[in-house]
Design a protein around this ligand. Structure first.
Ligand code: SAH
Ligand code: SF4
Length: 383
């Protein structure tokens, strides 16, 4: 059975044509899938019975399977999703406290090739990139679980997407881009580029392309104001140092005062949270239309850091504010179910040992071929 979710409109139209649906009517099929959330061809009442059964014989509308669901006291929900090959990723829905709307925190990879020192996902064994179908499938699965398909667009609680779950989205650019285009299609899921944020740990050379082609909001995980520290806590910095990263931010297509780049800054006690750090940050971001999101460090078992004290975070934030930056302190959400930023880690470790060994070997091979140190990522690697 060939999955239809994750095909571009043209690809879907070509498949549908093969099954007997004239190309100009392929929009109907797209509408059933992405506006109505149909999981069963039999219900697609605007298509002929014969066509429906031909589609059912050859194609599937499967999304990732929800293995477990947890709800936090604050309304945050976390799902563990199982892919076809049993690779697993976590996905989180964070409702706004008032108003019921909220963001879906999506994953782009199973695990992450990078090893940021403060990130739980980074301690997970690298498994593989997600496909466009699996990325779009996360939105579908969330709409299923939140019973969103029947609601009108004004009443939906899933209206923002952030690629802040597991993985580095720019290391899986092609599949993420394909998924984002499907998600943005105004005749389908229709979440606009203004409501989609891609967070990167700093893959400078791909940022321009991302801005030009997708023009989604950009968040950049900065976390340090000098290369010596950033090299240590965000190892990708050794490849794309701060100066190069900031240059890519400055020229990010579409960045303006009305559409700022979000810099994420995790507050690590005694590491990056001094007044001098705040002053350096203020100076460094001057040339860029920016806002700064201060993220209290979310602990995980065995983490080598502590979160800065609330007074320290408040003082750091106040300094940024006085200098004219919008600098919200991100409220920690879902920490009781390990669903907060940087706490996600799925059980890809539960993959059979042989499969793990094979993946590790592949990864090493690829890294050797690209001349990367083991801690560094591989652009568009496809394990
Ligand atoms: N790989 C991408 C997106 C996923 S991480 C990136 O690094 O940007 C989403 C955000 O959570 C990043 O800003 C990341 O630095 C931050 N983060 C990771 N671990 C964290 C932790 N333990 N506490 C708080 N924030 C964390
Ligand atoms: Fe990967 Fe982002 Fe975690 Fe770094 S912070 S290890 S890039 S998921």
């Amino acid at each position: 059975m060939k999955p239809l979710i994750g095909l571009s409109f043209d690809e879907l139209a070509a498949e549908a044509e093969r099954a007997g649906l004239p190309r100009f009517r392929a929009r109907q099929l797209w509408h059933w899938i992405y506006v109505r959330g149909a999981r069963d061809f039999a219900r697609m009442s605007s298509l002929s019975k014969e066509l429906r059964s031909r589609l059912a014989e050859n194609y599937s509308l499967e999304r990732p399977e929800v293995k477990t669901q947890q709800a936090s006291d604050d309304g945050t929900r976390k799902w563990l999703l199982d892919m076809d090959d049993h690779a697993q990723v976590e996905m989180v829905h964070i409702p706004e406290v008032a108003g019921g709307r909220g963001a879906l925190c999506m994953s782009s990879q199973v695990g992450c090739t990078l090893t940021c020192a403060f990130c739980h996902t980074g301690t997970q064994r690298w498994a593989r990139n997600l496909t466009a179908g699996e990325i779009v499938g996360q939105v579908m699965a969330a709409r299923d679980a939140l019973e969103e398909w029947r609601k009108s667009s004004q009443n939906r609680v899933l209206n923002n997407l952030v690629f802040m779950g597991m993985g580095e989205p720019l290391f899986n650019y092609d599949e993420v881009a394909k998924a984002v285009r499907i998600i943005m299609d105004p005749d389908g899921i229709a979440i606009s580029k203004r409501r989609i944020t891609l967070s990167t740990s700093g893959v400078a050379p791909l940022m321009k392309r991302c801005g030009e082609e997708l023009n989604v909001n950009l968040a950049v995980s900065l976390h340090a104001v000098n290369d010596a520290l950033r090299d240590k806590i965000v190892p990708l910095n050794r490849k794309y140092p701060i100066r190069e990263l900031l240059e890519a931010c400055r020229s990010y297509p579409g960045a303006s005062n009305a559409r700022r780049i979000t810099f994420e800054y995790v507050m690590l006690k005694g590491v990056n949270d001094s007044d001098a750090d705040a002053r350096a940050l203020i100076k460094m971001l001057r040339p860029i239309p920016s806002k700064i999101n201060l993220i209290p460090f979310n602990p995980w078992p065995g983490a080598p850091f502590e979160c800065s004290k609330p007074e320290r975070i408040a003082r750091f934030g106040a300094m940024l504010n006085e200098a004219g930056y919008v600098s919200p302190i991100r409220r920690t959400r879902g920490a009781d179910i390990m669903a907060a930023c940087g706490q996600l880690k799925s059980a890809s470790m539960r993959l059979p040992a042989a499969a793990r060994a094979a993946m590790d070997a592949l990864r090493r091979e690829k890294e050797a071929a690209q001349g990367l140190a083991p801690a560094q990522g591989t652009v568009n690697s496809s394990h």
